[in-house]
Design a binder for this molecule. Structure first.
Ligand SMILES: [Zn+2]
Length: 297
C-alpha cells in the first residue's frame, strides 16, 4: 500500500507532467467500486476543465481544476484520487494500449491520457465540491486544528493534521491525555493523515520509543524527538522517490519507487543496526509492528 512519500512522489510526478492541460474528454469504466461520485456527474464536471495543479493531501491526490476563461463562472470542483492498495496514475500517449484494470481515462489537450489503473479496486475517485471549501470535511476535527491549517490551500482537506508541516507544539498536543499506544496514535488518520505502518515503526525506532507506550505518557522532549524523526524519515523517503518519479508513472507502468532502507520494518530477527539485538515483531492494534527491545523504551 502506498504511504505518504509514495503518494507525494506520484502527485509531484503527475503535476509536473500535466499541470495546465485541459481535459478534453473523460472515459470511466463499468466497475462501480472506484467511484465515490456518480460516474456521469464526475465525467461532466471534469470535461472541459483545466488542471491548475496536482498535490498531495494526506494520502489523497488532489487535482485543482479551473474552468476555461469565458466559461460559466461557477467554481470548478476538485478531483480527489486515493490509490488504495494497487492504484496507479499513468500519463501516456493516447495510442499506448490501455492496460487491464483501467477504470478512468482523461484525454488531455496535449494528446496524452491520464489513466487510473487499479487491479484490486480499493482505490477511489471522487469529486470534492467547490462550494464546500470551508470546514466541510469532518466536523469532529477540533477547532484549533482548523484554524492552524488556514494557510493550506482551500478545498479538500483530510480529517487529520499534515505530518510534514505540523509544528512540534501541535504534534505534542495531539497525544495529550491519550491512553492508546503511540504506534496506534501515529496510524490514526484523524490525528495525523498519511502516516502508515512502515514510517510509524521507523520513526519510533529513531526516536527510541517503544511502540506500545501509551501516547499520553510520553514526555514532551521525547515527543519532540519523535516529531523530528517522523519528518526526517518521510522527507528522506520523498527525496529518494523524487529520483524515480519518471519511472513511477511511465508508459509501461513500471514501479520505480526506491524504498528507504528500513532499520526495523520487515527486519524481524535481524540485528538492530545500533545495538545488535534481534529486532522483534509483535502485533499491535492488529498491525505488524517492528522494534528493537533494547533501544526502544
Ligand atoms: Zn537496538
Amino acid at each position: 500500500m502506498p504511504e505518504l512519500p509514495e503518494v507525494e512522489t506520484v502527485a509531484r510526478g503527475v503535476n509536473e507532467r500535466i499541470r495546465g492541460e485541459r481535459i478534453e474528454a473523460v472515459w470511466l469504466g463499468g466497475k462501480p467500486e472506484p467511484f465515490k461520485t456518480e460516474p456521469a456527474a464526475m465525467a461532466a464536471a471534469l470535461t472541459g476543465a483545466r488542471i491548475a495543479g496536482v498535490r498531495r493531501v494526506g494520502k489523497h491526490i488532489v487535482f485543482d481544476l479551473e474552468r476555461e476563461p469565458g466559461a460559466e463562472a461557477s467554481p470548478a470542483p476538485q478531483w480527489v484520487v486515493h490509490l488504495g492498495m494497487t492504484g496507479r496514475l499513468l500519463v501516456v500517449d493516447r495510442d499506448v494500449p490501455r492496460p487491464k484494470h483501467t477504470h478512468a481515462v482523461l484525454s488531455l489537450s496535449s494528446g496524452r491520457e491520464l489513466r487510473f489503473v487499479d487491479a484490486r479496486r480499493f482505490g477511489r475517485l471522487a469529486l470534492h465540491p467547490a462550494t464546500a471549501a470551508e470546514g466541510d470535511t469532518d466536523t469532529t476535527e477540533p477547532e484549533e486544528s482548523r484554524s492552524a491549517q488556514a494557510g493550506v490551500p482551500g478545498g479538500f482537506r483530510g480529517p487529520g493534521r499534515e505530518p510534514l508541516t505540523i509544528s512540534v507544539e501541535d504534534f505534542a498536543a495531539l497525544f495529550r491525555g491519550r491512553k492508546l499506544a503511540i504506534k496506534a496514535a501515529l496510524l490514526n488518520q484523524s490525528l495525523l493523515q498519511g502516516v502508515g505502518n512502515i514510517y510509524a515503526d521507523e520513526s519510533l525506532f529513531r526516536a527510541g520509543i517503544r511502540p506500545a507506550t501509551p501516547a499520553g505518557r510520553i514526555a514532551r522532549t521525547r515527543l519532540a524527538r519523535l516529531h523530528a524523526a517522523l519528518q526526517a524519515v518521510l522527507r528522506a523517503a520523498i527525496e529518494l522517490g523524487g529520483s524515480s518519479v519518471s519511472d513511477y508513472v511511465d508508459a509501461a507502468g513500471v514501479r520505480g519507487f526506491f524504498q528507504l532502507e528500513h532499520k526495523v520494518y520487515g527486519r524481524e530477527g535481524k540485528p538492530c543496526t545500533v545495538c545488535g539485538a534481534p529486532i522483534r515483531r509483535t502485533i499491535l492494534g492488529g498491525r505488524s509492528t517492528h522494534a528493537c527491545p533494547h533501544c526502544q523504551r
